[in-house]
Design a protein around this ligand. Structure first.
Ligand code: BGC
Length: 347
């Protein structure tokens, strides 16, 4: 199944490459073939540097772009400085992952200079297109993990003590994830015993969870965690308290997949980077050719939204992520995870 999706990526990439070759006679080639990308941070999870960067580098280069990919390292001022220097050199397109709203001003500047802007993964007001996964579905899959985990533990969601946590509220995705989760949890009668302040900072998530744990007097039946990075900090505290309960996650990170295999995290939402990059390149190539881009969805502010389908990955599907090349068995199957890898065929 995954194999065929990778074939379609190749097709998209070569279509985009053809589109760019068509422009090669133009005097503006250097400018029009530079793709300027800004990633948000290197510590809200491992995805941006180890997943998105190589996928964007490969996808954009295969499509005929010169990829200028930089990381704002959790610094809004740095985000703006990077953007200014990229725009000075010239960008044929800007692919921006927002960091705490810093993308809005950059999108505005780029647009003023006639540079099209793709909001990649996170929404940015004023971008031409928003390319991401279906983030309501991501949340719905997380809500389902909590219900499945509670059912497996023989617990009723109506009476279970569930801690709700969510991502950084300045990231428009966080609300979509939570809304999606609630669309599954509310009808099942689940309620929050405690709601944590949202953050993408793993260390902060740990501290906030400790406070939540104290507030509910240690009675925790499940934790709705927005991503693997938050989940890992939460699981460390559950471990310390000798508790194993359903915990959700997202990103299919190495740490997340290990927790899934160890039964400490119910599942993770897998979002193959290559599919997101392919969707972005498809939009870019159509934009540069002046073709219409059709989208199924729109954000509330009207931004057209290309939403790729995410996949829920429990222990038996970890091997699929490895088969896709998006995690290495050697990284996952260390020490105490080795036995679970053998059990679930991860090699
Ligand atoms: C992304 C998640 C990621 C989180 C923290 C969100 O916008 O969609 O995949 O875990 O940011 O970086």
């Amino acid at each position: 199944m995954k194999k065929s999706s990778l074939f379609s990526i190749a097709a998209v990439a070569s279509a985009a490459a053809l589109a760019l070759t068509g422009c090669s006679g133009s005097t503006d080639t250097a400018k029009s073939t530079r793709a300027c990308v800004i990633l948000p941070d290197a510590d809200s999870g491992t995805r941006w540097e180890s997943g998105d960067r190589p996928a964007l580098e490969k996808g954009l280069t295969d499509a005929g772009f010169e990829a200028d990919i930089q990381n704002a390292q959790s610094d809004a001022a740095k985000y703006a400085t990077i953007a200014d220097s990229q725009l000075t050199k010239g960008c044929g397109v800007m692919v921006l992952v927002d960091y705490q709203g810093a993308g809005i001003e950059v999108a505005k500047k780029a647009k003023e200079q006639g540079v099209p802007v793709i909001a990649y993964d996170r929404p940015i007001a004023g971008a031409d297109y928003y390319v991401s996964f279906d983030n309501n579905t991501v949340g719905a899959l997380q809500g389902q993990m909590i219900l499945d985990g509670l059912a497996a533990a023989g617990k009723d969601p109506k009476t279970a003590s569930i801690i709700y946590s969510s991502g950084d509220p300045t990231d428009g995705n966080a609300k979509m994830f939570l809304d999606g989760a609630l669309s599954v949890l509310d009808p099942a009668g689940a309620k929050a015993a405690f709601t944590m302040t949202g953050t993408w900072d793993g260390a902060k998530a740990g501290t906030l969870f400790e406070q939540a744990f104290t507030a509910v007097k240690g009675k925790v039946d499940a934790v709705l965690a927005p991503n693997d990075n938050n989940a890992a900090s939460i699981i460390a505290i559950l471990d310390k308290n000798k508790l194993t309960v359903p915990v959700s996650g997202q990103d299919a990170s190495v740490a997340g997949l290990q927790n899934v295999l160890l039964g400490k995290q119910t599942a993770t939402v897998y979002k193959p980077f290559q599919l997101e990059v392919a969707a972005a390149i498809d939009v870019i190539s159509k934009l540069l050719k002046g073709e219409t881009v059709t989208t199924d969805k729109k954000l509330d502010d009207g931004t057209p939204y290309i939403a790729v389908d995410p996949v829920s990955v429990g222990p038996d599907k970890v091997k699929d992520v490895v088969a896709d090349g998006n995690a290495k068995a050697a990284d996952i199957c260390t020490a105490d995870v080795a036995a679970a890898c053998a059990k679930y065929g991860v090699n």
